[in-house]
Write a protein that binds this ligand. Structure first.
Ligand code: DGT
Ligand code: CA
Ligand code: CA
Ligand code: ZN
Length: 581
């Protein structure tokens, strides 16, 4: 633990004590200790070991004892005790700039606010300004502080970090000294969120210094945390941290494997190597007497332990090593396998572009088919379509199909609302006129798990739904998934022959890896859709495909890799059922 970590613990201890109104002088003592520790010229842990910590003015025996406990156990028993007495979210609220113990207690007792998300919602809704010592100014400041807090503590959405990684790689690749370059870590594994960006460069030893120099001076860089010959760390202007490693070309493959991770995957691979009397690390593959056996290419790492190449998206030690050993690695879906996009909105509801503009973009992207799935009547906030407007849109779609000659073929669809009781908000007499029915939950996210499950299962069992939209409702970093028994939902989808959506919209990416694998194993088709609200959103398909790959999906598991005729045949039973309803 460094001084800043230790100081943070004492600050939190003081805050929570004040919050719980534990004797005032203790609170002050801990806060002042925190400040002193933060500014110590040497590591606090060294001073503890050498016995010099006790000599620092205003660091009493009680503080020294606690630092020792902290170094030994990583926390303080009394802090854990205090944390237990307040709702967990309050400790995080206390860390927001401007939210001291008194303000936190006030919003908790007066407005029932116990999480940063609730605090943010209240500030946005201008519900804080009625409280003593809160005003419009303070609300505004809090919103900025919350945003800053998220940037500092949080992970970034892949979709936010990836374009930065791409831009950095593009610029560095232009340098003649850079022989090879790749973004590693969670960026390369395409995880939905990213802690930091890891860049790996291969260059000749004598050029390392020059490459590091160019890197820290890139225009995106805000500040430099560390600047060495083989390792640099910087923050970009929007706060994201970037680690750069520079290796000689003969270590490229080993370093690429190492820095791609995951850590768990790496540990498992190294374990296999040890059993074969080999050592694998970020520099290469080594035999007895540390004799170098390879490591220039990533494939050599897998080959050294008798495995075929494993795609980065699978490297989570969730069975990929066993699958590789048994020759049953999946042939992962790729973006070029995708033939159609089955969820998008127009400006008839909450989209930003006309039907024609949306379809023109789909045509430009070479989609063979698209479904227009605007919101339906229950979602009045989004100007949802009633049967009359839906039919009018249907006629426009027919005309467009005539005009474009089926390139792409435009399907009449809807994103119907699943109502509180699990019914779908449009009747069969309307749905039967459509080619593609998505149904989604847009309300009552807080239902108890059993009820939420029953509600969604009921909607599927109505037999009119082709695809369940964004099945968990999560918004990354903003809204947790609603409580639902996903296995029961998938089982219902399988029974009625419905698909489940992988929504590629950057905030959603829902379903994700573990769910997708569950769907695959249960034989439920997945549809990867962009849920586009503007033409450029259709480019998000790649994020959906990446997420599908993390879920081990192959083209056969993804219904929108099918040609239109087969897609229709696959879901025809719903439409036959509707015709007779
Ligand atoms: P992140 O940044 O939190 O999104 O996650 P990663 O996976 O990008 O992790 P990061 O940036 O800490 O490190 C990049 C890779 O380096 C990681 O995926 C595996 C490797 N690595 C880091 N630390 C260790 C370690 O202690 N042991 C092993 N075996 N590998 C490590
Ligand atoms: Ca990383
Ligand atoms: Ca890193
Ligand atoms: Zn929706």
């Amino acid at each position: 633990m460094d001084n800043a970590d230790i100081a943070k613990v004492f600050f939190e201890l003081a805050d929570l004590m004040e919050f719980h109104q534990v004797v005032d002088f203790k609170v002050r003592a801990f806060r002042s200790a925190a400040q002193i520790i933060e500014n110590l010229p040497e590591p606090c842990t060294d001073m503890l070991r050498e016995g010099t910590l006790a000599e620092v003015p205003r660091i009493g025996e009680g503080i020294v004892r606690r630092v020792a406990e902290l170094c030994r156990t990583g926390t303080l028993a009394e802090l854990e005790e205090l944390r237990k007495r307040a709702p967990a979210g309050l400790a995080e609220i206390l860390r927001i700039d401007g939210m001291g113990p008194r303000s936190t207690e006030l919003v908790w007792h007066e407005l029932g606010i116990t999480t940063v998300d609730e605090l943010e919602a209240a500030a946005k809704a201008q519900r804080l300004r009625g409280l003593p010592r809160f005003g419009a100014k303070k609300e505004e400041k809090l919103l900025a502080a919350i945003a800053a807090h998220r940037r500092a503590s949080g992970r970034y959405k892949l979709t936010q970090a990836y374009p930065h990684a791409e831009a950095l790689v593009r610029q560095l690749r232009k340098l003649p000294e850079v022989l090879r370059i790749e973004a590693c870590g969670t960026i390369r594994r395409r995880r939905d969120t990213v802690g930091d960006i890891d860049l790996l460069v291969a260059t000749r030893q004598e050029h390392a210094v020059a490459v590091a120099e160019r890197f820290v001076h890139l225009p995106e860089v805000r500040d430099v945390v560390a600047h060495g010959e083989t390792k640099c760390t910087v923050h970009l202007k929007d706060g994201i941290q970037v680690d750069l490693r520079i290796v000689p070309p003969e270590s490229w493959g080993a370093a690429l494997h190492y820095f791609t991770g995951s850590k768990e995957h790496n540990i498992a691979i190294r374990g296999l190597a040890v059993r074969r009397g080999l050592k694998i690390n970020e520099y290469g593959i080594f035999g007895e007497d540390d004799q170098r056996l390879g490591g220039e290419e990533e494939r050599e790492i897998f080959a050294a332990v008798g495995l075929p190449y494993i795609e980065p998206e699978l490297r989570e030690n969730r069975g990929e090593i066993e699958a590789a050993a048994e020759g049953r690695l999946p042939h992962l879906v790729e973006e070029r396998d995708i033939r159609g996009d089955l969820h998008m909105h127009t400006n008839e509801t909450d989209g930003q572009a006309t039907l024609e503009a949306m379809v023109a973009e789909a045509r430009r992207l070479g989609r063979e088919y698209v479904a227009i799935t605007d919101h339906s009547q229950a979602l009045s906030m989004a100007l949802g379509l009633d049967p009359t407007r839906l039919r009018a849109q249907g006629r426009q779609i027919d005309a467009l199909n005539d005009k474009l000659g089926g390139r792409p073929h435009v399907l009449r669809g809807i994103e119907a609302d699943i109502l509180a009781d699990g019914s779908v908000d449009l009747g069969p007499e309307v749905l039967r006129e459509l080619d593609w029915v998505v149904a989604s939950v847009h309300s009552m996210f807080g239902l108890p798990r059993a009820e939420q499950t029953r509600r969604i299962v009921r909607a599927l069992e109505s037999g009119v739904v082709d695809c369940l939209g964004h099945p968990t409702g999560r918004l990354i970093g903003q809204r947790e998934p609603y409580a639902v028994d996903l296995e029961a939902v998938l089982d219902a989808a399988r029974r009625v022959g419905a698909a489940v959506e992988l929504n590629a919209f950057p905030d959603r990416l829902d379903l994700w890896d573990v769910h997708l694998r569950m769907a695959q194993q249960m034989g439920v088709p997945v549809v990867i859709s962009t849920d586009s609200h503007a033409p450029f959103h259709m480019l998000h398909m790649r994020y959906g495909v990446w997420t599908a790959r993390r879920g081990w999906l192959e083209p056969k598991d993804v219904a929108n890799t099918l040609p239109l005729r087969e897609l229709r045949a696959r879901f025809a039973h719903h439409h036959r059922q509707l015709a007779h309803a």
